[in-house]
Design a protein around this ligand. Structure first.
Ligand code: V47
Ligand code: SF4
Length: 389
């Protein structure tokens, strides 16, 4: 590892890039300006090598995944984010789905006896699904399966719920936590900079509100994730601004587990005129995020959005986590143009996918405790590889 970073430093003639590589070697944080320099001048191979060096210093070849399933309570939403292909507008009485508490519990029950560790619950913001509704849902899930980790609600859903119930963020979060909410997913962050946010997600919680909700969760001892929707109308400076705010909060609380860049997909939404980013730009983004976010332990590629082969590729660009088996389908990406129409991978397929690029598959729980190390597990590789495609 030492040799390759020294080789990289020696081979780099650009003085700015050389200085950044030196900093990475010495575990010194890079500045915002240097983050922008990486976007402007860093070749794919340069940022990739640096990010991979950091990834291997932190995690070696270990690549995490978990066994989870998704519940999407509704796609009816009071908000009108321009990039969203999934929601049906409440104000226009558009037709969408709404699941009752019993229907959601029935979904949970279909996993009885299966070694799932997490349920991920997010959806649109439906005015009739309020605090009382979700408290009852949390309680019933925990009563049925106490050991299941409930990762639920974006800061957007929470902000709406708390305001409607006239509760402070702290009081609202405490009530949900007591009812069974264990951690928060990273959605709703989009791009924090008001200049861009006003154009793509004008009517939902702003950056400060999003960050306050995550900070409150961290102060209650809960862990959360953070996302960034990239590859649309934002510029490099907006990406760095977004990650700076996350890095600052992480310095304060250390409550974030994972950063998840989400590639903008352009099918069937009000931003379909914007082309999607290239794979090269996706990999550069992952790598620069790994370099810039020095206090985030994990970087996740969400394979239903990126595709399986690109998720594999990302494991050489700083990524050390490829989310989960997602046994149930999530519609948020299939409706936005992802190749994954019914995203589901078996454990065998995930393990094979990781092994094919010579990394070590480790099943984790939501908090990154090791559930099982698959390094020595032998599957029928040919059979599983055939299933990947
Ligand atoms: O906030 C919506 C994004 C997010 C599109 O925490 C889109 O483990 C691309 O946050 N193109 C919700 N992205 C999903 C999310 C998530 C996913 C996986 C894991 C975790 C986690 C969190 O989906 C939204 C928005 O940023 N999104 N529409 C689109 N057209
Ligand atoms: Fe609603 Fe979320 Fe879609 Fe925005 S991204 S319209 S908040 S479902």
């Amino acid at each position: 590892m030492g040799t390759s970073i020294d080789t990289l430093i020696n081979a780099t003639s650009d003085s700015d890039l050389k200085k950044i590589a030196e900093k990475v070697k010495q575990k010194i944080r890079i500045s915002d300006k240097e983050g922008i320099i990486l976007f402007e001048k860093g070749s794919l191979s340069f940022v990739g090598a640096l990010a991979n060096f950091i990834r291997e210093r932190l995690h070696g070849d270990t690549t995490y995944f978990n066994r989870n399933f998704h519940i999407e309570p509704t796609n009816v939403c009071v908000f009108s984010c321009k990039f969203c292909s999934y929601s049906r507008l409440y104000a226009k009485k558009e037709e969408g789905w709404e699941l009752s508490i019993d229907q959601m519990l029935d979904i949970v029950k279909t996993y009885d006896g299966k070694p799932i560790t997490e349920v991920h619950i997010v959806g649109g913001v439906h005015p009739k699904m309020n605090m009382a509704y979700f408290i009852e849902l949390m309680q019933k899930i925990k009563a049925h399966r106490p050991g299941l980790h409930v990762k639920a609600f974006t800061a957007v859903e929470l902000d709406y719920m708390f305001r409607k119930a006239k509760l402070s963020v702290e009081e609202g979060m405490k009530q949900l936590h007591e009812a069974g909410l264990d951690s928060l997913p990273g959605g709703g962050a989009e791009i924090f900079s008001p200049e861009i946010r006003e154009q793509i997600a004008a009517d939902k919680v702003d950056a400060n509100g999003w960050l306050q909700i995550h900070e409150t969760a961290h102060n209650l001892g809960m862990h959360t994730n953070a996302t960034m929707l990239y590859g649309h109308i934002e510029k490099y400076e907006h990406r760095i601004d977004h990650m700076r705010r996350l890095r600052e909060l992480q310095d304060k609380t250390a409550g974030f587990n994972t950063f998840i860049p989400l590639k903008f997909r352009n099918q069937d939404n009000d931003m379909s005129y914007v082309s999607e980013s290239t794979i090269t730009e996706d990999m550069r983004l992952y790598a620069i995020a790994r370099i810039y976010l020095d206090n985030f332990p994990h970087l996740k590629a969400y394979w239903p959005m990126l595709g399986r082969e690109n998720a594999q590729l990302s494991l050489s660009f700083g990524v050390n986590d490829i989310d989960g088996t997602i046994d149930d389908s999530t519609k948020i990406y299939s409706m936005a143009g992802s190749e994954e129409q019914t995203p589901a991978m078996t454990t065998e397929q995930l393990v094979t996918l990781i092994k094919q690029v010579k990394r070590k598959p480790v099943e984790r729980d939501t908090l990154y405790n090791v559930v099982k190390d698959y390094t020595l597990e032998q599957f029928e590789e040919t059979f599983a590889a055939a299933q990947l495609n």
